[in-house]
Design a protein around this ligand. Structure first.
Ligand SMILES: [Zn+2]
Length: 176
């Protein structure tokens, strides 16, 4: 078992694109399951929640228990049950007209890039975003209401939101 785990770690950088493609449907199903419970909780408590997705020591897809953050940030605990981390996940708390919380932030993308992983983001409007740090782009996997959303969410409050952004486009959009 240990030998297998080491092999997975050793091969991951070489075969990462293949692995991500092969597991993406399964991972998307898992992430929707996580956010179905977590986004309503995040909205009700008005604080972000965050964690990781990856492979356990038997090579099965799994996720770490979410760590609660505050209304505009979250720092996930190190996962104890994940051998190979593939992505992070986090929510964006409740709707607020003061934040452009319908989009990932520049620092969301930077954080995943620093850790060498991709990321998933749920918004108060129920959007699901995927952050791809290989080419530093982010795209909406699905739009308003595809995850449970905040009843007080006002569509259009953050202006026109595109289907995808490069990091540079995102930073300009957010005025960071
Ligand atoms: Zn974020």
């Amino acid at each position: 078992m240990l030998r297998f785990a080491k092999l997975v770690v050793a091969l991951t950088p070489l075969f990462a694109p293949v692995a991500v493609t092969a597991q993406s449907a399964e991972e998307l199903a898992l992430v929707r399951e996580i956010f179905a419970d977590l986004n309503p909780r995040s909205i009700a408590e008005n604080r972000e929640h965050c964690g990781y997705i990856g492979l356990d020591d038997e090579g099965n897809l799994t996720f770490s228990e979410p760590t609660p953050g505050d209304s505009d940030s979250c720092l996930a605990d190190d996962p104890v049950n994940i051998q190979v981390i593939t992505t992070s996940y986090h929510t964006h708390a409740a709707f607020s007209p003061d934040y452009s919380s319908e989009l990932p932030s520049g620092s969301d993308m930077e954080g995943d890039e620093d850790e060498g992983i991709d990321g998933w983001v749920a918004t108060p409007g129920g959007r699901l975003w995927y952050i791809d740090t290989d080419d530093m782009t982010t795209r909406q996997v699905c739009g308003i209401g595809c995850l449970p959303s905040d009843p007080s969410f006002i569509a259009g409050d953050s202006g026109i939101i595109e289907q995808s952004y490069s990091y540079d486009e995102l930073v300009i959009k957010l005025g960071e």
